[in-house]
Design a protein around this ligand. Sequence first.
Ligand SMILES: Nc1ncnc2c1ncn2[C@@H]1O[C@H](COP(=O)(O)OP(=O)(O)OP(=O)(O)O)[C@@H](O)[C@H]1O
Ligand SMILES: [Ca+2]
Length: 595
Amino acid sequence: MGHCCSKDFDSAPSNGETKAGGNGTTGNHVKPPPSPASLRPPSQHSVDPNNNTYTTSPFPSPLPAGVRPSPTPARKFKWPLPPPSPAKPIMAIMRRTGLKKQKQKQGTIPEDREGAAEEDGEDEEMTALDKSFGYAKSFAGKYELGREVGRGHFGHTCLAKAKKGQLKGQEVAVKIISKAKMTTAISIEDVRREVKIMKALSGHKHMITFHDVFEDAKNVYIVMELCEGGELLDRILARGGRYIEDDAKTIVVQILSVVAFCHLQGVVHRDLKPENFLFTTKDEDAPMKIIDFGLSDFIRPDQRLDDIVGSAYYVAPEVLHRSYSVEADMWSIGVITYILLCGSRPFWARTESGIFRSVLRADPNLEDSPWPAVSPEAKDFVKRLLNKDHRKRMTAAQALTHPWLRDEDRTVPLDVQIYKLVKSYVRATPFKRSALKALSKAIPEEELVYVKAQFNLLEPKDGLVSINNFRVALMRHVTDAMKEARIFDILNVMEPLSYKKLGFEDFCAATVSPYQVEALEEWENIAKIAFEYFEQEGNRAISVEELALQEMNLGPQAFSIVKDWIRTSDGKLSFLGYIKFLHGVTIRNTNAKQR
Ligand SMILES: Nc1ncnc2c1ncn2[C@@H]1O[C@H](COP(=O)(O)OP(=O)(O)OP(=O)(O)O)[C@@H](O)[C@H]1O
Ligand SMILES: [Ca+2]
């Protein structure tokens, strides 16, 4: 859990560089600790603990005017930096959750009554809430509790020794979550879901192994494998704030491998940070395990979440905009990689709102020391994760095939993104399909490593894949989480594949994402080549009406926009029109219906 509160890179031994900045707009610039006072993170004094959770986004919504995100209440936002005392934020968080509920029930609470309303709300909830989970009650009979090994916002973790059963004599870790702090139905549901997710995902080699769960009148006890090697954050700090590139790769590969697994299972972690990766032993090369699914959630393939959740330094821009999916985790991995490689945070400011401003607007600094000494592949890797446009970010499976990490001996995990893209492709018009096919033909061989790996994971028969290949590949990885996230539903909307099989060429066309290709350095060249192919094989005369209504599913309001995409000389798509058509442009200022 979040020892982000007690450790800070700014107080870590400096790597010697002094950078300007700290205004929240120029990236994270670590300051050397010149005096004992600066060892205390500055925001201790400047962040208001009562103003740390947003029930609505502090930023304008990215949704079209008039469209509001669904009304799920914002849940938790954690302290980015050390609070004055460990007890206060817990109380503050719990009170705030109570307040949100109260507000929902009764509408606006007058400002000067807020404190009282919080307390009232808490009391009311405490008496009404059912806090029995149905877990076994025999914790004390089965385990002997030892010393505390960690503490976070929502509980503390202790050593324990199993007294009986299969684990008899073995040391385990027990996360103890106090029922007194579960003051709302949401906080109870969070614990229930944390247990469900840990149980379902247990088994992956970089996932903490879940053993058991218990409860009594006071607490819930989550029993899991003990990791004795400490948090990744501690190792970064012990190394003076950064890793050499090869060691960073070893870390990032492990993170991606387990996160790819979570995403395939329909679980978004939402709190990826170095504090939530533990080393199994104290050995330098001990494997890491992901922990803390306290903020995680199930997510359907086509779902967007809207609650602002996470830790400030690692939060993705679209989370602040309240419309996000698994790509938000990929942003956090970009932040972790950036830190591993240079020892500084990419988005830094003294206050929480300053950090958010930086996340939304600032480009990470990849110029100053030590970046000139970092390989171009590593920099490209970071850029492709810290892209503010979530559509342009690599997925976890894709990132594992990036040139920086590529290793032919490592199996690439199945990527649920493939399913989403194929679903859209098989439902697209022939004109759109030929536009995508032209694009896929222009992609350099180098970039096809990922697509080839995904195609092979579907185990093509005679070079072809059908809906059954997609089903069987998913089944191979099925867990209860995958069922809960309704991942299999996507197969129903892929039903045109019941009558048609895809060869590798079609598969490439189906799985090419114009947004991700646009993020490549060679984009301009690729686009030109793609258009040449399109001119040869797919471009045809098309009317404004057909383009807007049939091809793009837009309303007549879009006629004036798509009109410019068509060449007057021959009535076919122009180069610019082709590119826009590929992207399925979002027309915000019309009431046009969109696919
Ligand atoms: N399996 C484990 N083995 C060893 N230590 C552990 C284990 N699980 C958790 N810890 C320690 O306990 C700390 C808190 O655990 P965890 O992150 O799950 O709690 P949390 O209250 O949800 O945290 P946060 O404040 O980040 O939400 C971890 O940072 C880690 O130091
Ligand atoms: Ca944690």
